[in-house]
Design a protein around this ligand. Sequence first.
Ligand SMILES: Cc1cc2nc3c(=O)[nH]c(=O)nc-3n(C[C@H](O)[C@H](O)[C@H](O)COP(=O)(O)OP(=O)(O)OC[C@H]3O[C@@H](n4cnc5c(N)ncnc54)[C@H](O)[C@@H]3O)c2cc1C
Length: 391
Amino acid sequence: MKISVVGGSIGGLTAGLLLRDAGHDVRVFERSPSELAQRGAGIGLLPETSRYLTECAGVDIDDISIATSHIRYLSQDNSILREENHNYRFSSWNTIYRQLLSCMKPNDYVLDHEMTGWSDVDATEVTIAFSNGKTQTSDLVVFADGVNSLARATLLPGATPRYAGYVAWRGMVHETELSTDTLTLLDDAITYFVYPNSHILVYPIPGLEGETAPGQRLFNFVWYRNYSTGGPLEDLLTDISGVQREISLPPGAVAPHHVAEMQTHAKAHLPAAIAELIVKTQQPFIQVVFDLTIDRMAFGRTCLLGDAANLGRPHAAAGTAKAADDAWALTDALARNDDLLTALCEYEKSQLAVGHQLIERTELIGRRSQFENSWVPGDPDLIFGLKAPGT
Ligand SMILES: Cc1cc2nc3c(=O)[nH]c(=O)nc-3n(C[C@H](O)[C@H](O)[C@H](O)COP(=O)(O)OP(=O)(O)OC[C@H]3O[C@@H](n4cnc5c(N)ncnc54)[C@H](O)[C@@H]3O)c2cc1C
C-alpha cells in the first residue's frame, strides 16, 4: 500500500519504519521545518520504545540508554528513606529520535509539511493537504500528530485533552557539574522525593550527543507541581515574551520570576541533592500534564496513533512505548489481514485496551501523589510499564 504517516516524532517514525520494512511505500510528513531536537529531555525507556532499534536495526541497548539498578527514596534531610533493587533503563527523547531517523531514507522523511486537512476517509484513497499547498494521496493515512492532534480534534470533535491539575517542571545538568556527594547519592538509581501534593524524580540520561559513558551523562529531573486554572496556570504558561502557551514552555521560555520561585521552593523543601540539581539547571522547562480517553482510533482509511489517540499521564513512563506499541500493532494487523478495514478494526480494538488501562493507572498515580497524598514508597503499582506495572 501507499501509506502516509503524519507526524515525525517517536510514534510516526516507528510506524514509518515498520510499515516500510513490511513492504509498503511509506512517507512520513513532519510539520517542523528542521529535524526535531531536544524535546522531552529524559525518558524512562521501556522495551517497546527501543524495540525497533534493537530487533530490526541491530542497535545495542547500552549505546542508547543507561541502566540503573535501584529505586531510591530520599527524606527531606537528604538521607535515604528507602531503597529497593529494580532495574530500569533511561534514555533521552533526542537519542531515540536520532537513532530512528538514521534508519529512515532521507526522501521518506519529509520536513516542513504541516497537514491542514484531508479528503473523505471512506473513499478508496485519502488525499492529505499541507500548508505549503502540496498534497499526497495514499491508501492509508496514519495520524501520529501528537497531544494536540488536528486529526483527533477533527475526527472526534469534543475530545479535548483534560488538564490534570499539575505540570512537570523539567531540566537536566551535566554530571560533572554536580558535587561528589550529590553524584554519589543519585548514582545508579531513579531517585524520588515525595512530599505533600508533589513529587520529583531524578535519573541519569545520555549526554546531548547521546553519550552513555559515566562522566558524560546528564542528570534529569521531572518535578510535578500543582497549579490551579484561572490565574496561576495561565501566569506560569505566559512565556518570557508575554505569549500564553498551552502545552509546554521550552528551555529559555519560562518567565524569570517563575524560575526564581521554583529554585527558592527547591532550596526550602527538597533534599539538598535534588535542590542542587535544580538550582544548577540552566534552562528549566515545563510540560503541562494532560490525559484524554477516546473510544475510536480507526476512521475509514485512516487511524490515530500514539499521543494523537489515547493520552496518558507520564507516571508510567510509557508515552513513547505506547506510541511504538501502536506502530507494532498496526503493522501486525495489516500483515494478518488482506482487508484494510478489518486490519484497522483489529488494531483499534487491541490498542484502545492498551491506552485505556494506561490512562486509568496513571490517573490514579497522579491523583494519589498530587492530591490525596497516599503515595506509599515501594508500592509495586508505581513501577513503570506500558501494559501493567513492571511490564
Ligand atoms: C512530563 C512528561 C514526561 C514524559 N516522560 C516520558 C517518559 O519517561 N517515557 C516515555 O516513553 N514518554 C514520556 N512522555 C511522553 C512522550 O513524550 C509522548 O508520549 C510521546 O512523545 C508521544 O509520541 P508521539 O509520536 O505520539 O507524539 P509527539 O512526540 O507529540 O509527536 C507528534 C509530532 O507530530 C508533529 N505534528 C503535529 N501536528 C502536525 C501536523 N498538522 N502536520 C504534520 N506534523 C504534525 C509534531 O511536530 C510532532 O513532531 C512524557 C511526557 C511528559 C509530558
